[in-house]
Design a protein around this ligand. Sequence first.
Ligand SMILES: [Fe+2]
Ligand SMILES: [Fe+2]
Length: 287
Amino acid sequence: MQKDLSFLEIIERYVESDRVTLPPFDKTALRIQMEIQKKDAGISKIEKLIIADPAMSSQMLKLANSAFFRGLSKVMTIRDAIVRLGLDEITRMAMILTQKKLYTTQDTFIRNYRNDLWQHSLVCALVSQWIAREAGFEDLTQEVFFASLMHDIGKLFLITLIEKVKESKEFPFVPSTSIIHEIIDSQHAIQGYNLLKKWNIPDRYCQVIKEHHDEKFDTGNIPLIILRLVNKSSHKVGVCIDKDGSDEYSITAEANFFGFSEIKLAQLELQIEDASKRVSSHYRIGK
Ligand SMILES: [Fe+2]
Ligand SMILES: [Fe+2]
């Protein structure tokens, strides 16, 4: 127990010392999202934002010319890609591409962990849009996508930090997987919140990340409730990191809030399984 405490103390010291950081947050996707929400949203501004990021530009062109659009003329410019894919899809892709970068910069020790984390986060993001539509909050689909994609960013930060602690030899033994999970589970919401604050992400997102595991939820914060529902449901069906089959994830309060029936909840689980397959085949890290 003493060793467990010491390990936690070392983690806390690392957090306080700012010795470990994730790469800077890429705000391109958020800027695109803000742009399309304007009444007079202009394609040229969005086009400029995408062109400024060559990696993102090439991915967008690849997507616009993918098998799905086979038979149509080849898209050569970002402007044509925006027209073909539509502003919603462009924004979603920009979010996926900018976030994915954070997960690919880590090395082997955390490979499995970060792959599962990415899978879980992106599945939650995709399915949160389905929940928003089913619950009558169509206008929140972009917001819930981003909040869900980011909701466990504190876990990515902590696993990166734990890896550094291990490398530093400051700790005399390798902590067990269960200790690592315990620390990450209890600390990631607040660490994620701190990280988002540091990155100057709008406060509404910071609150969602901070409160996503709180016992009670703010009934005025719809994106938070949507995230809680998709997050717990994905744990129930095993699309998560710690696949312990735990049934501590009661979704009753969130489901009741939206008036979701048993049938709707079964559909939700199917959506999660389906999204999980899509992420595995199209959006895996390294793809
Ligand atoms: Fe979480
Ligand atoms: Fe989660």
